[in-house]
Design a binder for this molecule. Structure first.
Ligand code: ADP
Ligand code: ZN
Length: 524
């Protein structure tokens, strides 16, 4: 059933219907593969031109291309876009009236439609499948294919049922597309959809023009104000967790003379679309938004994306920061981070995910998000490796850690004191108490438990209590200590703790602020 693909025909069609003279990376190969009847798994970053990978074959194949897509609004946009290009397209989804569906079905039976967008719940209904089997289906495309995987960040149970498509249409090639897939998800997509030895295309996720930065969250509003004051006239988005924060922040920015508006799901549709329009037309500089903002907004010159709060995982972070710099010009991605925020997020996730498996996945993703915030290493490398991509450039020149490497100190002695202290405490106390013991406090708990006999008692100089807490947390992140406890977190030793006694090198971040020492007057 293989057919020779006419390359010239592909180029002509690309030019004629889409107005492009060249293919983006992978597009030509993918189009050729599906036309030759092969299954394809395409993992290409947002904006990489995935839609063309099934829209172009739809024009050359002669029959019908079915596209499964999760969002009605996205389907409508795509259909409008195709119709504007003179390509006959339609959608079948649950928001439609029966007569509309009948009319589309008639057109399909008459072979008048080339591209059909269907929601996952509809295409897996028996009646719909029976109908589709009557048509000359040439290709099935599964958009946002990561939704099929529990390891993904947007698992949709509806997508699971798509596994039956391969058995219903065994001869029809299938292409699965996603902009976001950690290695586990990739495997899952291929196996769930039962793709037959699929050709895999993995684009780079590196966005070289984006500069990543994580700042300690102290007075985020003031920091954001001063950043925007230095970047007047540029477009930016500030993502906040809470709807209330978007309102309050926008209000504060406006009082400082900055054109800012809030955006969140509670605002009326009319207000939201007006805000989007104003943003696209540069009538507003900054949108303070929840994650509801950004889908389907094609603004190439967003110069900065600020995260007022930590997102729940790196997929979300990548997607949200990815809205900056679509035009390829240098753009900033700044996140305000505090460990307290991270814990707050964990609490929210615990409430959100009640299913045991999904909750474990969410926690793992949360942990990676937090580690990204706290790492001293290249953030770009961290982000890319999360998506299974290797990045070998020793200095990316585009993240705070590469541009301003954090100063470190020899941490072996410090680590030794902490591990000694935690061991003697039997892993039953929190970081604050461990620091109290090391700093020689004589608070009630210490007296009551006789922790002044701990071998590490009062060995804390020259560091302050807050700085010791910082060291303890860093050792946890580095894996030399663990956090346990149901009610409140306690520090415990683990299998790697004893390494600190003989390790050759252990660097810890040189403490800068956060301790009383930082505020000591220069003159004693
Ligand atoms: P994705 O689905 O991967 O996020 P899209 O399919 O929406 O990407 O394409 C992103 C943008 O790139 C669209 O504006 C699209 O028209 C454009 N595009 C796609 N292919 C090409 C090409 N070969 N040449 C130029 N522009 C392209
Ligand atoms: Zn870097």
């Amino acid at each position: 059933m293989e057919m020779a693909v006419d390359k010239q025909l592909l180029r002509d069609t690309l030019e004629r219907y889409f107005g492009y003279s060249t293919f983006r990376p992978f597009q030509e190969e993918i189009v050729t593969d599906v036309l030759e009847g092969r299954d394809v798994l395409a993992i290409i970053a947002t904006g990489g031109g995935k839609s063309l990978c099934y829209q172009l074959p739809a024009l050359v194949s002669g029959g019908l291309t079915i596209v499964v897509s999760p969002l009605i609004s996205l389907m409508k946009d795509q259909v409008d876009d195709l119709l504007a290009r003179n390509i006959s397209a339609a959608t079948l989804n649950s928001s439609m009236e029966l007569w509309e569906i009948r009319s589309i079905e008639d057109q399909l039976l008459g072979g008048k439609i080339k591209v059909l967008y269907i929601s996952p719940e509809r295409i897996t209904q028996d009646s719909c499948l029976q109908f589709l089997e009557k048509l000359d289906v040439k290709l099935i495309a599964i958009d946002e294919a990561h939704c099929i995987s529990m390891w993904g960040h947007q698992f949709r149970p509806d997508y699971r049922r798509l596994s039956l498509l391969k058995s219903k249409f065994p001869k029809v090639p299938m292409i699965a597309l996603t902009a976001s897939a950690i290695p586990e998800v990739r495997e899952d997509i291929a196996s769930q959809l039962k793709l037959v030895s699929p050709k895999k295309y993995l684009g780079s996720f590196n966005r070289i023009n984006l500069r990543y930065e994580v700042r300690e969250k102290k007075d985020a509003t003031a920091q954001i104000l001063s950043y925007i004051a230095r970047n007047r006239g540029k477009s930016g988005i500030v993502y906040c967790l809470a709807r209330k924060t978007t309102e309050e922040l926008a209000e504060k920015l406006r009082r400082a003379g900055i054109k800012a508006l809030p955006y969140h799901a509670d605002l009326p549709d009319t207000v939201r679309s007006a805000t989007q329009e104003k943003f696209v037309r540069d009538d507003v500089e900054v949108v303070c938004a929840t994650v509801a903002f950004g889908m389907g907004i094609d603004k190439p010159d967003v110069r900065y994306v600020i995260h007022y709060d930590m997102p729940k995982n790196l997929e979300a972070y990548y997607q949200e920061t990815g809205r900056a710099g679509r035009d390829g010009e240098a753009s900033d991605c700044i996140m305000f981070y505090s460990p307290a925020d991270a814990l707050k997020m964990r609490g929210l996730l615990e409430k959100e995910y009640t299913d045991y498996h999904l909750s474990r996945v969410a926690m793992k993703k949360w942990q990676a998000m937090r580690d990204f915030c706290e790492t001293r290493l290249c953030r770009r490398k961290y982000l890319l490796s999360y998506f299974g991509e290797e990045y070998d450039d020793p200095a990316c020149d585009g993240c705070d850690n590469c541009l301003h490497p954090k100063d470190t100190i020899d941490g072996r002695d410090i680590a030794n004191k902490i591990v000694t202290c935690v061991t003697a405490l039997g892993g039953k106390f929190g970081a604050g108490h461990v620091a109290d013991v090391i700093c020689g406090s004589s608070n009630q708990t210490i007296i009551a438990y006789r922790h002044n006999r701990n071998p590490a008692y009062n060995t804390g100089k020259p560091y302050t209590r807050v700085q010791w807490i910082g060291f303890i947390k860093e050792l946890v992140r580095l894996g030399y200590l663990s956090v346990a406890g149901d009610k409140y977190p306690v520090i415990t030793t683990n299998s790697r703790s004893k390494e600190v006694t003989f390790i050759q090198e252990l660097r810890l971040t040189r403490p800068t602020s956060g301790g009383e020492a930082a505020f000591k007057p220069a003159v004693q």
